[in-house]
Design a protein. Structure first.
Length: 872
């Protein structure tokens, strides 16, 4: 089934990678990286959903814009309508605002009291609300002499229509004044038709003005909520108070719809008995603990890293802190998985590097990914010309400086070719360097398989093919040494086709180039093919993210301390960055490129040497830069703790197993060794080779390994454990050599790695016990038996073949059944004692402590010999 990556699908839909990952998670696909692939059927579902969401969003935005335009049009119409109403209405001057806080004089108060009594005696029209109507919300109107003015602004839309006379009658009925026949009023410009037909009203006697209370600081004029038509003041036959000429009385009226009044909202107050406090009992709070799902398929998947804390685990499971107590406690992975299972989650354990890689890939902007140089690994059999080919490309003499002409560890070189860069990794070809070849295939983009035209396909060539195929890396075949006479490159192609590598000129897809490293033939063509394959892969990286890479080698330099060769795979490594490499943390103090120059930063696909390591990492460890130095230290310390625990468990298990085997079969001989090499990669290879030499009879016990010179500590350890020190490409310090001579510690130094294996194997063979072997001497037949007083029972025998010797071991057979095994006590011919008797002669044979010999028995003579073993 065809698949598509998350990043490609996000680019196609023009969305962020996180959107596609979220949609995939809703469909039950738990992918964590944009580089992950999903089936096309799921991709189509995600694509349709994203497009549907986009269309719905566009429709929502269009509807919102349409609604906004409609509201704008309504507001404009209302504003125009309001301005027209203001122009029609006669503007009224507001009353002067009284000053708050002034006290009323005593005389004014007495006059106000008398005026109040006269006002109560005279009938008048009051606009004050009735008792109990204070909650009623009224608008505001202005009363001018003889007329009720119109509203200053247009009233809002009404739910029902009423004529002005009906509104006035309803208002008077509401305030408790009986309506009377309406006398005519003087006409005014802009009044309603009812006002024009009305006659003049009689002039009643003026009533005294009521006293004014203490005026407030400010007078708030509310909006009038009245019908659009103007309301005229109704008059009665009884005298009313004349309107004031200098001041205006503000009263509020409000239009009430017909029907019963709405109920006043009240608050229900619970009555309690006096002296008794009602304290309801609180029900116990039930905390519902989540139960794990019954089916494992229902578990949700989350990713946890090494050293996860309770707080981080709770955040990933989205569980509130009431279930978690000590949030800063570090959890063991097994405990964390059990906790996740209790809450219905399935925990997938990943490393810190994987989590950082996944997080940064999700946050990667596709525009930040730029082309990077390809990483090319040169692989092949020993002595097929790998280093010479690379030397011809770099135009340097690296091969001449390596012991035995064999590459001892991975060399990383940066080569500039026609404005483009290629990074080459030279891996060893000897069978002992399987780990290094596998490590080189894991970090490479293209494999150049070097095959000598005179040797053809060899065992290490086949192994290199398997490593490249396992890593899914394209292969470019370089048939070397074509300058030699009598070579047949076509035979090499035939042999490669048997292992699945079919050349392009044979109809396959494997690029094949015939080169000569010695004569520098077709090197440009080989480089062009490498760049062509790299262009087809479209290699890209983001230099703006935190750096990540792989440790190729690690060693101890006398002048610089601990140094590691690192290949930066993504991001940019800078001086001062805090990082973690395996179980080792550090801070970059210096960066040195493959030419020996100090640089400040290294981009993707750049091999560099870094300084500032707290310890030596293992070759092949991942390197990850952290923003927080404390976090890097925490990760490294956790991993070191885990390694110590695993080492202790393995030691205890091996010790118990060794004790059991020793009790069962006896003591097993051991060869204790201490290994020191120049780089950590060579230490790993030596350890792997020597460990494989162990047998049931002799075992290799490696007490200590390390990179760097042989020190006094190594000598003291070897002296205490009777071990041999193996040094590869290193020398002992002067004091260490003197101490070794005085303590009798043997130090063996080597420069070629397979010589170490041969000598250790011979030493192990020398430790083996001698084996016993029977050597056949001869056979005799018993023809008569007799007794001799001095020698006892004697068997007269005839030698059938071979010889019989005195003191030889014999085996007595009767009817081909062994009835006795022992030694010859006496051997006589006639009356003389002889040392041996040859074929065709007769003799008398006496056995030690045995006399049951009969005529016809066969005597076989043999000698047991000890033989030195020649193999393990």
């Amino acid at each position: 089934m065809e698949k598509i990556t998350v990043a490609d699908l996000a680019t196609e839909c023009s969305v962020h990678n996180q959107v596609v990952l979220s949609e995939a998670k809703r469909l039950g696909l738990y992918v964590f990286s944009p580089a992950a692939t999903i089936d096309t059927s799921f991709a189509e579902t995600i694509r349709k959903k994203i497009f549907a969401q986009r269309e719905a969003e566009e429709a929502r935005v269009a509807e919102a814009e349409k609604k906004k335009e409609l509201e704008t049009a309504k507001k404009a119409a209302a504003k125009a309508k309001k301005s027209e109403a203001v122009e029609e209405a006669a503007p009224a001057k507001p009353a002067p605002a009284p000053v708050k806080g002034k006290k009323v004089p005593k005389k004014a108060a007495e006059k106000a009291l008398e005026a109040k009594k006269e006002e109560e005696a005279a009938p008048r029209l009051s606009l004050a609300p009735r008792k109990g109507r204070k909650h009623y919300d009224r608008g505001t109107t202005e009363m001018v002499e003889g007329v009720v003015p119109a509203a200053t602004a247009a009233a809002p839309a009404r739910p029902f229509e009423m004529t002005p006379s009906e509104v006035a009658q309803a208002f008077l009925a509401d305030v408790g004044v009986a309506p009377v026949e309406e006398p005519p009023a003087p006409p005014e410009e802009g009044r309603a038709a009812e006002a024009e037909s009305a006659g003049p009203a009689p002039s009643p006697e003026p009533l005294p003005r009521p006293p004014e209370p203490a005026p407030p600081a400010t007078t708030v004029t509310r909006k009038v909520i009245v019908p659009k038509a103007k309301i005229l003041m109704r008059t009665t036959t009884q005298p009313v108070a004349p309107p004031h000429t200098g001041e205006r009385i503000l009263r509020g009226i409000h239009e009430r719809p017909p029907g019963p009044r709405p109920p006043v909202p009240t608050r229900l107050i619970r009555r309690r008995k006096p002296g008794k406090v009602d304290t309801p009992e609180r029900a116990p709070k039930v905390v519902e603990i989540p139960r794990p799902p019954e089916s494992p398929e229902d578990y949700k998947s989350i990713a946890i890293t090494e050293g996860v804390t309770l707080k981080e685990l709770a955040e990933k499971m989205d569980i509130k802190s009431k279930y978690i107590t000590s949030i800063n406690q570090t959890l063991d992975l097994e405990v964390a998985q059990q906790v996740c299972a209790e809450f219905g989650f399935r925990a997938d354990v990943i490393s810190f590097e994987q989590e950082a890689e996944s997080t940064q890939e999700i946050a990667d902007d596709p525009q930040d990914r730029v082309p990077r140089p390809p990483v090319v690994t040169i692989m092949g059999h020993v002595d097929h010309g790998k280093t010479s080919l690379l030397d011809a490309i770099r135009e340097t003499k690296v091969a001449a400086t390596e012991a035995g002409g064999i590459t001892q560890h991975i060399g990383a070189y940066h080569v500039d070719i026609k404005g483009r860069s290629i990074v080459f990794l030279d891996t060893p070809g000897h069978e002992a360097f399987t780990l290094m070849r596998a490590r080189g295939a894991q970090v490479t983009d293209i494999v150049v398989l070097v095959v000598a035209a005179d040797d053809g396909v060899m065992p290490q060539t086949v192994e290199a093919i398997h490593h490249a195929k396992a890593a899914n890396v394209p292969i470019v075949v370089a048939i070397n040494k074509i300058d030699k006479p009598g070579v047949h490159p076509e035979r090499v192609k035939q042999a490669l086709s048997e292992h699945g590598l079919l050349a392009e000129d044979w109809g396959g897809d494997v690029v094949t180039v015939q080169v000569s490293a010695k004569m520098k033939t077709n090197l440009d063509l080989l480089l062009e093919m490498i760049l062509l394959v790299a262009d087809l892969k479209d290699l890209r990286a983001n230099p703006k993210r935190l750096a990540s890479g792989v440790v190729l080698e690690a060693k101890v330099d006398i002048g610089r301390g601990r140094v590691a060769t690192v290949l930066v795979q993504n991001g940019t490594l800078r001086v001062g960055d805090s990082f973690v490499a395996g179980a080792v943390h550090g801070r970059v103090r210096a960066l040195v490129n493959d030419r020996g120059k100090t640089i400040l930063e290294a981009g993707p696909s750049m091999p560099v040497e870094i300084q500032g390591l707290a310890d030596l990492p293992q070759a092949g460890d991942s390197l990850q830069v952290f923003e927080d130095a404390n976090k890097a230290r925490q990760v490294a310390e956790y991993r070191q703790t885990r390694l110590r625990e695993q080492s202790l468990r393995a030691t205890a298990r091996l010790s118990l197993q060794a004790l059991y085997e020793a009790m069962k079969q006896g003591t097993v001989k051991e060869l204790p060794l201490i290994l020191k090499a120049d780089v950590q990669g060579s230490v790993e290879v030596l350890t792997d080779i020597l460990t494989k030499l162990s047998t049931e009879k002799v075992k290799v016990r490696i007490l200590h390994t390390g990179a760097g010179a042989i020190t006094e500590t190594d000598v003291l350890l070897a002296s205490a454990s009777n071990a041999i020190i193996i040094g590869f490409n290193v020398r002992p310090e002067r004091k260490a050599q003197e101490l070794a001579d005085s303590e009798g510690v043997e130090i063996r130094l080597y420069t070629v790695i397979y010589n170490v294996a041969n000598e250790i194997k011979n030493a192990m063979i020398g430790m083996l016990e001698y084996t016993t072997r029977e050597r056949y001497l001869g056979r005799a037949e018993v023809r008569d038996t007799f007794r001799v007083p001095k020698y006892g029972f004697v068997a007269g025998s005839y030698i059938l073949d071979g010889i019989l010797r005195r003191n030889a071991e014999v085996r007595l057979l009767r009817d081909n059944v062994v009835i006795h095994e022992g030694k010859i006590g006496s051997l006589r011919r006639f009356k003389d004692d002889v040392a041996e008797v040859k074929t065709g002669f007769e003799c008398g044979i006496g056995f030690e402590h045995f006399s049951d010999v009969k005529v016809g028995d066969i005597i076989e003579a043999y000698v047991t010999e000890k033989v030195q073993p020649t193999s393990l």
